[in-house]
Ligand binder design. Sequence first.
Ligand SMILES: *[C@@H]1O[C@H](CO)[C@@H](O)[C@H](O)[C@H]1NC(C)=O
Ligand SMILES: *[C@@H]1O[C@H](CO)[C@@H](O)[C@H](O)[C@H]1NC(C)=O
Length: 167
Amino acid sequence: MGTRKKKTMSQSALILIELLSLLTSRSTLVSAVSADCKCIMFDSTYNKDYGVFTSPNWPVPYEDNINCLLYTFVARENYLIKVIFEEFDLGRSNLGCKFGDYVKLYLHLKEPLINQNTSYNTFLCGKLSDIQQTHYSSGNTLIFEFHSDWRQENNTGFRGTFRFLNK
Ligand SMILES: *[C@@H]1O[C@H](CO)[C@@H](O)[C@H](O)[C@H]1NC(C)=O
Ligand SMILES: *[C@@H]1O[C@H](CO)[C@@H](O)[C@H](O)[C@H]1NC(C)=O
């Protein structure tokens, strides 16, 4: 299937150093919204330009209290990223996506680095029919954050595909 590399960012300096050295060659640095954020990287190592991403344990329901899980896509220069959510089931709050489980999309990034002030494009939550399935980055970086709240509602999460496209 796809190229999928897991990198866990934690307080551990060792892991951070590993991540830094991994990314130095592309002179990029993944910075989390908060120090607790975990990060899953998708890049063009081995010239892979497409793949699959899923929420944790998909299609088994994801856990509650996933505070912040970042899906970070980094393509080569002059490429952009297309993501398609093909399965989608996130717990939706009556008050809106921000108050339940959500995917928060950042499409217009200049570098794979976000913080709490970075402007985002949209929140996705609910069922497949509630969301726009296809999204494009403007540059060679795309990040989305997955967050689940304290309610365990047995939602299955998401499965999608990504592709790096030559501009
Ligand atoms: C975010 O913006 C606030 C208010 O302008 C500022 O105090 C804070 O330092 C910013 N945080 C980061 C990480 O840039
Ligand atoms: C979620 O699934 C568990 C295990 O099957 C069940 O005990 C629980 O009641 C379910 N919760 C909801 C909100 O449906």
